[in-house]
Ligand binder design. Structure first.
Ligand SMILES: Cc1cc2nc3c(=O)[nH]c(=O)nc-3n(C[C@H](O)[C@H](O)[C@H](O)COP(=O)(O)OP(=O)(O)OC[C@H]3O[C@@H](n4cnc5c(N)ncnc54)[C@H](O)[C@@H]3O)c2cc1C
Length: 320
């Protein structure tokens, strides 16, 4: 065993012991060593995470505290549907919250939901209770936590339209309730990453409507998505943000890049705003294609596209 493996093993042992003690018995978190991130991202690429941990919200707070105290790099992810993780992988602890459907409760027109639950699941529950407002989120393949962080949106609506408040775990491991207005939610942005908070749960405020009407709106949006988006390929959705007054896909198409490829990474022929993994792409190929697209779009239009996808483990990315 080399030094890095020894270190990871001892972090795993310490975390398991800590969680056993805190939770009075069995350790509820699952801790995997050198877990390939390609199994946890919708792009289906990405090297190993030193420790990939799936935990309950209460265990997450303890793990966060441990990492700060021991100076272990820490990152929280959801379904990896907006991530490009480098082939080298990620150091330290990569935490994801359990997708436990028991973490959804409904009171009147409010839905309280644990952050590891998928947006698809919470919008389905809202539909069953005759609550409208989350239809737009039913086809977004991420979690509630990732959706809040990204202020995910589609078809003219976004998370900030329905979010009332969240409970977060601070860097120090304290739990705090934060009203939605204080999250400064804007186009695919919030203050959560800069504060290094973990979103543990969220409350959505919805409106009453006929469940059948809600269902048919969800179905209509699913059809539109299927028609327009290359859902048959691995991707992370829109690769670039929409520059003000333009559409990224249109600028990419006008730069002559429809179907342009680097190895197994390709600008989708169906929707130029999506970079897809045609099967065996590496993260490096996707990254190089993204950088080439940026360069060519800048040459042809003068506009510099900003990635919407979070780049992790690349130079200049937000986690090394
Ligand atoms: C086919 C497809 C279609 C898509 N369509 C849309 C769309 O219509 N609209 C849209 O907005 N997006 C869309 N996306 C992108 C993506 O699904 C959203 O950005 C989604 O909100 C990301 O959620 P996630 O749980 O996968 O988060 P991840 O991708 O895992 O993480 C995204 C960011 O959130 C952070 N994060 C995740 N969970 C937490 C947490 N609990 N606490 C703190 N930080 C956290 C991560 O660190 C990271 O910075 C699409 C993606 C795909 C693959």
């Amino acid at each position: 065993m080399n030094n890095s493996e020894n270190l990871c093993n001892s972090i795993k042992d310490e975390l398991e012991a800590l969680l056993k003690e805190e939770e009075g018995g069995a350790c509820t978190a699952q801790i995997l060593l050198k877990e390939p991130m390609r199994l946890h991202t919708t792009f289906r690429v990405g090297g190993p995470a030193d420790l990939f941990v799936t935990a309950t919200p209460s265990a997450a707070a303890k793990i966060r505290q441990y990492c700060v105290k021991k100076d272990v790099p820490f990152l929280v992810v959801g379904r990896g549907s907006n991530l490009l993780v480098s082939d080298r992988g990620l150091h330290g602890v990569v935490l994801t919250l359990e997708n436990d459907l028991e973490g959804i409760s409904v009171e009147g027109q409010e839905i309280m939901v644990s952050a590891g639950i998928t947006l698809a699941a919470v919008s389905r529950v809202a539909q069953q209770y005759g609550l409208k407002g989350l239809e737009f989120a039913s086809g977004i393949p991420g979690t509630v936590g990732g959706g809040v962080v990204m202020n995910a949106g589609a078809y003219g609506q976004e998370i900030r339209d329905v979010l009332t408040k969240v409970t977060v775990c601070t860097k120090e491991g304290d739990l705090q309730e934060v009203p939605a207005e204080e999250l400064r939610l804007s186009y695919r942005k919030s203050i959560i990453p800069e504060r290094e908070w973990i979103v543990l749960s969220a409350v959505f405020s919805l409106e009453k409507d006929d469940p059948e009407k809600i269902r048919s709106r969800m179905e209509e949006l699913a059809v539109r998505r299927k028609e327009k988006q290359p859902l048959e390929y691995a991707s992370a959705g829109s690769t670039f943000k929409r520059p003000e007054g333009h559409f990224a896909g249109k600028l990419i198409e006008e730069a002559g890049l429809r179907g342009f490829a680097v190895g197994g990474a390709m600008v989708s022929e169906k929707h130029c705003g999506f970079v897809i993994n045609t099967g065996d792409a590496t993260a490096d190929e996707i990254y190089r294609l993204m950088m080439l697209v940026r360069e060519k779009v800048r040459e042809s239009s003068g506009i510099l596209l900003e990635p919407e996808v979070k780049l992790l483990g690349f130079d200049g990315g937000n986690h090394s």
